[in-house]
Design a protein around this ligand. Structure first.
Ligand code: FES
Length: 574
């Protein structure tokens, strides 16, 4: 085994002594570690992130597996991106977490790494960092949280909250019930128990071949999660021995598998941005059009909220991602390598779909017309997306007058005003909510239905923004309009009353204003000055790419094969 850590420890000079002394301090006799791989355990545990509270026990189990297989585990903490408390959005910090991981792997004597993730952005951040470092890596998530119950109903993370919030605003839910919902909603440690972004990205990691089969859907509190953590610890030592690296696993074929699974689960729209970002780190070509093409040719099979009525525990009991992939069968590249050392086809060969109500058989899908649509037109020259599984059928061909909110604060201030000039046909537009504009592309795209329309029973409208939405949300919500308004995209030119035409079957999104008028508006447009004069937000605004390029930083995306090289540090005096 050719271990990079040996350059730190197997040397006779003063640095060798100093480095071995560090091992002694952290609890390892250097004689016991000789010839063994150093396995980093990147732990994003934090009390600021409820979703990751179970990761301490998971890390301990990974360590047991590493030691049992003959490796030396060294756990380190990383930034933790908690979707709920972190503002304006954990998305702002995804690239920071990816950079932190890549640089930790570069700078320390680590031969392989286990990536402990969970909440939405942590999974892609780790995959982006691991892709760039290209050291042997396996990912393991925190797992979905337990299902809470309220008024006899199961509570789905996000999905139930948005529904009951509308009921509360419409006066259908009293204050006492609203408060009681809070305790049921908490559930416990773990990620959202719906097919939101966390569950989607964990499934993507499995589909890409970067997580052990079946791991992603196991609930956070299950003893099976501890068992899979131990197995992950054993397996990382094995793939270090084989020198199996992320770049060998995350190939174009692996991404195509991920796109199939994404379409089959009706996955979160956020995964579009994240998968493009991960592929970009590897110079694997992946575009918005790939998502549309794979969505059109893949049946939607999973009946889990927000697309269906079940929760992640049901998906896990039905067999999880391996059973779903077995249903997809020849739509997948079964020869793709994975972190098990076996092919994807070998991994799922014995998988069984144990509940056809949750994972629909391929010949009885939930739908066949695609889970996701990529829209283009003069309002979105570089694309926009819509989760068709949760969009209202009657709105998928719609033309209506725009009502424009200049930014999030404007929207919050006016959305429930009794005199808001809005009808069910109005197209709600939110701008200055994108990657550069905020910065950080928060999940503001699911604009609430105005209170006066809620009272009339309206529960969906066409909504358009350069923002994202929670993977647990639903509705006819057009997202990620690119280029965004803050950099002069056409969304910046829309005025109240302009007609907007959405045609999902034709994949079009157009502003019905003639080009001469748009040219006048474009000439008059001026960018808004940013309050961020320094620090990370400024770096972000200056370097973030648009959603069709994954919102990575321009300087982190390799432009040539030479840029892919992982430059090791000089191991000398610090
Ligand atoms: Fe962390 Fe949903 S808030 S996974």
């Amino acid at each position: 085994m050719n271990l990079r850590s040996r350059e730190w420890f197997d040397r006779d000079d003063e640095l060798g002594l100093q480095n071995r002394a560090v091992l002694r301090v952290v609890g390892w006799d250097p004689d016991l570690t000789r010839g063994k791989p150093i396995i980093g355990i990147a732990n994003s545990w934090s009390e600021l992130n409820n979703c990751h509270l179970g990761l301490r026990a998971v890390a301990d189990a990974v360590k047991r597996g590493v030691i049992a297989a003959g490796g030396v585990p060294l756990e380190f903490n990383t930034i933790s991106l908690g979707e709920e408390l972190m503002k304006p959005s954990a998305m702002l910090y995804r690239n920071l977490m990816a950079m932190e991981l890549e640089e930790t792997l570069r700078a320390y004597p680590i031969d392989g790494v286990v990536l402990l993730c969970g909440c939405d952005k942590t999974t892609p951040a780790q995959l982006m960092g691991a892709a760039s470092a290209n050291l042997p890596a396996i990912q393991l998530n925190a797992g979905p949280k337990a299902t809470g119950r309220w008024r006899g109903q199961e509570v789905g993370s996000g999905t139930s909250l948005w529904k009951y919030w509308d009921d509360y605003r419409a006066g259908k839910l009293g204050d006492e019930d609203w408060r009681a919902l809070e305790a049921a909603y908490a559930g416990g440690p773990g990620t959202c128990n719906t097919m939101g972004t966390a569950s989607t990205m964990a499934a993507m990691s499995e589909a890409l071949g970067m997580m052990l089969p079946g791991a992603s859907s196991i609930e956070a509190h299950s003893p099976r999660r501890i068992a899979v953590a131990e197995a992950t610890g054993r397996q990382i030592v094995e793939i270090v021995r084989r020198d199996l690296r992320p770049r060998q696993i995350m190939t174009r074929a692996a991404f195509e598998n991920a796109l199939r699974v994404h379409a089959a689960i009706g996955g979160s729209t956020n995964a579009v941005i994240h998968l493009i970002a991960i592929a970009g780190r590897l110079r694997v070509p992946l575009t918005l059009d790939d998502f549309d093409a794979f969505s059109r040719t893949t049946p939607t099979l999973l009946n889990v909220q927000p697309n269906g009525d079940r929760l992640m525990a049901d998906f896990d009991a039905a067999g999880g991602v391996p059973a779903l992939m077995r249903e997809l069968g020849d739509l997948l590249h079964l020869e793709a390598p994975t972190v098990t050392g076996a092919t994807l086809g070998e991994n799922i060969a014995s998988a069984i779909n144990r509940d056809a109500r949750v994972i629909r058989p391929r010949d009885q899908p939930l739908r066949t017309d695609g889970a996701l649509a990529v829209l283009r037109g003069n309002l979105a020259p570089r694309g926009a997306i819509l989760r068709t599984t949760t969009a209202s059928p009657h709105l998928q061909r719609h033309c209506g007058p725009a009502l424009v909110f200049e930014d999030y604060a404007d929207m919050l201030a006016r959305i429930d005003a009794p005199d808001l000039p809005v009808t069910p046909d109005t197209v709600l537009v939110l701008r200055n909510a994108g990657a550069v504009g905020v910065p950080g592309l928060p999940e503001w795209g699911s604009i609430p239905i105005p209170k006066k329309l809620l009272a009339q029973g309206v529960r969906d409208m066409v909504r358009i923004s350069d923002s994202r939405m929670s993977g647990t949300s639903s509705g006819t919500v057009v997202l990620h309009v690119a280029p965004e308004s803050a950099v002069g995209g056409p969304l910046a030119l829309v005025r109240d009353g302009d007609l907007i035409a959405l045609d999902v079957p034709r994949r079009s999104l157009d502003l019905l204003v003639d080009e001469a008028e748009l040219a006048l508006r474009r000439a008059a447009w001026r960018p808004q000055p940013s309050p961020h004069r320094r620090g990370y937000p400024r770096l972000y605004q200056e370097h973030v790419l648009q959603p069709d390029e994954g919102c990575d930083f321009d300087f982190l995306r390799p432009q040539s094969d030479e840029d892919l090289a992982f430059v090791p540090p000089v191991v000398g005096r610090s």
